[in-house]
Design a protein around this ligand. Structure first.
Ligand SMILES: Nc1ncnc2c1ncn2[C@@H]1O[C@H](COP(=O)(O)OP(=O)(O)OP(=O)(O)O)[C@@H](O)[C@H]1O
Length: 235
């Protein structure tokens, strides 16, 4: 079956198991260009695994993932890595920064890897750090920063190259309430103003209200999908 034209991301019948222990049991979904989709569900229902499969970090045991007209599930490793680097952004629940680089260098990494000149990469990274209220941290290394500042820098890095799709896996987990609201606002505003599609995994119903649409996973499949028909269910 070919993916519909208006879906930037499209997955069918995704199955994934960790050492024989199933995490996804036939999840199917479509994500439209520019929308903010919240992937919700209780802890352990498979949200992170679904984002891993959609973003090409994990290879599903069965099923298909398409990005535009590209079949991600059959791409060779090098092509998948290039796709992730150039077209996708990723932010997880804990900031994973390069210890040896300053905040702006961390934020600029996707641009530098794509061959953008140092001066332009620095300027763009600084703009994103300012937008996220961590401009004053630009010259500091991660060890000298608070966890909340590190997470904002990780978000700047995820957005700096204006990816087609931003995958955000519980991005506000390490933040306090006030930080959480601002980071989420920046994330959703950036998505809407730059036409970035956002796939946001969260178990927080309040966070999910910022999304255009919600996809609920229960035990590795779409909520309400009967086990035997799970492969053909979509939202
Ligand atoms: N690396 C791993 N090795 C083994 N089992 C794993 C691994 N990662 C996840 N699992 C298991 O797979 C299932 C789905 O996990 P996953 O992290 O995708 O769910 P989640 O909905 O994102 O959970 P959470 O809300 O806690 O982040 C769970 O039962 C989890 O224990």
């Amino acid at each position: 079956m070919a993916p519909p034209d208006n879906d930037i991301l499209w997955a069918r019948g995704l199955r994934y198991a960790y050492d024989g222990s199933p995490a996804l049991l036939g999840a199917s979904l479509g994500v439209r260009q520019g929308e903010i989709l919240a992937v919700t569900g209780p802890r352990g229902c498979g949200k992170s695994t679904l984002l891993g499969c959609l973003s090409g970090q994990l290879s599903p045991d069965d099923g298909e993932v398409w990005f535009n007209s590209v079949p991600v599930h059959t791409l060779a490793l090098a092509s998948r890595e290039r796709l992730r680097r150039d077209r996708f952004g990723w932010i997880g629940p804990t900031p994973q920064l390069v210890d040896e680089l300053t905040a702006w260098e961390n934020a600029a990494l996707p641009l530098l890897l794509a061959g953008v000149g140092q001066r332009k990469a620095r300027r763009t990274a600084l703009e994103w750090l300012d937008r996220l209220d961590v401009g004053e941290c630009a010259g500091k290394r991660p060890y000298a920063l608070l966890q909340a500042q590190r997470q904002r820098i990780a978000l700047a890095r995820a957005l700096v190259h204006q990816p087609d799709v931003l995958f955000a896996d519980e991005p506000t987990a390490p933040l306090h309430q006030a930080d959480r609201a601002q980071v989420l606002r920046t994330l959703t505003t950036a998505g809407r103003s730059h036409g970035i599609t956002v796939v946001l995994a969260t178990h927080d119903a309040e966070v999910a209200t910022l999304a255009d649409r919600t996809f609920t996973l229960v035990d590795g499949r779409a909520s309400g999908a009967p086990a035997e028909a799970a492969c053909s269910v979509s939202v």
